[in-house]
Design a protein around this ligand. Structure first.
Ligand code: ADP
Ligand code: MG
Ligand code: MG
Length: 532
């Protein structure tokens, strides 16, 4: 494969003279720290201290046309994910084998089932009255008609549960808030087109710091005397975009006293990224208060009010923004799972609600790549074609003919693939020759249905300086590869999408030899695309 790998052009001539390099590195670290492009240290943790986040000194080249394509397709992906999340049959069918063997996805799925069945018992035929967030006063329901909620006599929220017989189609809750990030790498093995690595529906991070890095790279290019190059750094409003989504959901909830709650890990390393969202929300909408709680806090102190309001420490929660809950380690015991169920049962608008979380699994990504799958959700063939173009090869390892073929492909040519479980947050995949060993080992076990096989993407290399805390004053030039993330916001219910936006981007870059480059996980560095 190596001989096929291309090099992207250098954005500025490198190497820089050593004296200039030392000076700009020193400045850039201070810029990063002083603008919150920072994190808490994992090795030397203190709540009172920050370290700058690893970064790439000079923005990396990225093909302009492919960047534009990634932006454009986000609206279609938002629509697609929203519809997938609300398609009970598709989710159930896609995940039915996986949930038998993957305990984590199984637990999520059980919550999904529970709230669905409770939804069916909660509502019925005819006209119903119930309150939402203490403000909604009346509700009418007619068979086959949309249920309309009238909020406080002023604001009309359509919450769209269509009554089909006695059964609510889709998911019995008001609105969902999707804060998505679709990730791509340019594939030099397929004529330099972008291919989607994955799409995240939970804890899509780095909109906060990522937005700052765009400003950072403007500064660096100016410092290096290249002001004329700034026009090639695309504008980035990811932070404001995601916060607008949360504020919009908060308005839909309709109680001005209710808060936005960030559901957080026990220890937050990526604190700046999260706090930027919190501070931005207050700036954009001064009435909104943000609180932060862990799953354990929720388990210990949260409850549901008489109208299923989510209550914690004297606050009613309008919107939950999950920055935790995406990996098994976040659930220390059954009580954290119970807390997840409690939140799901509540009226709070969740990002993600459980069906959005399930729609973001790798297994669903793979199922969507099957022939005919996209057509179930996107009626426009042009949209279908556009999405197909960004999919890399994705293969199920189920016990059927296609699954057996995939197993054989992985054994014959392991380096062509990445093996992925149903996990988020980086560091879970299998690469290289280990794909063969892993597949051989799981071949005869049910466990294989918890994994998917994905064609490996080979991004072109760029050469640059990576700056990390504790690194040398004179960084060495290294070969690197980049992964672009595009943020999308989608709000809607089972019937309708009311808000669909592409809001910005982030670029993560890792040394070319590393399989994965999570910034939070410690291998990647923050970067910006320099369009060529
Ligand atoms: P996670 O949800 O844990 O972030 P990803 O699917 O994004 O899972 O995989 C983690 C990382 O692994 C990616 O950021 C990328 O660096 C690498 N990776 C994933 N899929 C591929 C692929 N098909 N080809 C090459 N690298 C990949
Ligand atoms: Mg990822
Ligand atoms: Mg992910």
């Amino acid at each position: 494969m190596a001989e096929e790998i291309k090099h992207l052009p250098m954005v500025v001539p490198l190497p820089l003279p050593e004296a200039q390099l030392v000076e700009i590195v020193e400045k850039s670290k201070d810029w990063a720290l002083m603008h919150g492009a920072a994190m808490r240290s994992k090795t030397n943790f203190s709540e009172d201290a920050l370290q700058f986040a690893p970064f790439v000194l000079i923005p990396s080249a990225f093909p302009r046309k492919e960047f534009a394509k990634a932006l454009e397709i986000q609206l279609i992906l938002n629509e697609l994910m929203h519809k997938v999340a609300h398609d009970r049959r598709f989710l159930t069918e896609s995940l039915k084998e996986t949930i038998k063997v993957d305990e984590f996805t199984g637990n999520l799925f059980r919550i999904y089932e529970t709230v669905h069945s409770e939804g069916l018992t909660q509502f019925g035929y005819g006209s119903v009255r119930f309150d939402v967030g203490g403000i909604v006063q009346k509700a009418h329901a007619d068979l086959g008609a949309l249920l309309l909620l009238e909020a406080g006599g002023v604001q009309h929220d359509r919450v769209g549960f269509r009554l089909a017989g006695a059964v609510f189609r889709g998911h019995p809750e008001r609105a969902s808030l999707g804060l998505l990030r679709s990730d791509y790498m340019v594939n030099s093995a397929s004529t330099d087109k972008i291919k989607q690595v994955e799409i995240n529906t939970i804890a899509s991070s780095f909109a906060g710091i990522g937005t700052n890095i765009t400003v950072f790279h403007r500064y660096i290019l100016q410092e290096l005397g290249h002001s004329e190059m700034l026009k090639n750094l695309p504008e980035n409003n990811a932070l404001e975009g995601l916060c607008s989504g949360m504020i919009e959901a908060w308005k839909i909830y309709g109680n001005p006293k209710a808060v936005i709650m960030f559901l957080i890990e026990d220890i937050t390393y990526n604190i700046c990224d999260q706090r930027f969202h919190e501070f931005k929300i207050r700036e954009m909408c001064p009435q909104v208060r943000v609180i932060r709680r862990t799953l354990t806090d929720m388990a210990d102190r949260a409850s549901l009010g008489p109208k299923k309001q989510l209550l914690i420490d004297g606050c009613e929660v309008a919107v939950i923004y999950f920055r935790a809950g995406y990996e098994p380690g976040h659930y220390h015991s059954q009580k954290e799972w119970d807390a997840r169920l409690l939140m799901e049962r509540s009226l709070a608008i969740k990002s993600p609600s459980i069906h959005y979380h399930l729609a973001g699994t790798k297994k669903v990504q793979q199922t969507l790549a099957k022939p005919g799958a996209l057509e179930q959700f996107l009626s426009d063939p042009v949209k279908v074609e556009k999405v197909k173009q960004i999919f890399a090869g994705l293969y199920s390892l189920d016990f059927d003919e296609l699954g057996e073929q995939a197993i054989q492909m992985a054994i014959d040519d392991p380096e062509r693939f990445v093996l992925k479980p149903q996990r988020e947050g980086g560091g879970n995949n299998v690469y290289g020759l280990e794909v063969r060993d892993a597949v051989k080992k799981m071949k005869d076990s049910e466990e294989r249905t918890a994994w998917i096989l994905m064609e490996r993407i080979h991004p072109p290399l760029s050469t640059g300086y990576m700056v990390r805390p504790g690194g040398s004053k004179v960084p060495q030039l290294v070969d690197m590869v980049s992964e672009l993330g595009i943020f999308g916001v989608v709000i809607g219910d089972a019937e309708k999408i009311t808000y669909n936006k592409q809001v910005g981007h982030m670029l993560r870059t890792k040394v070319a030899t590393a399989n994965e480059g999570g910034v939070a996980a410690g291998l990647g560095a923050l970067d910006s695309p320099y369009l060529i």
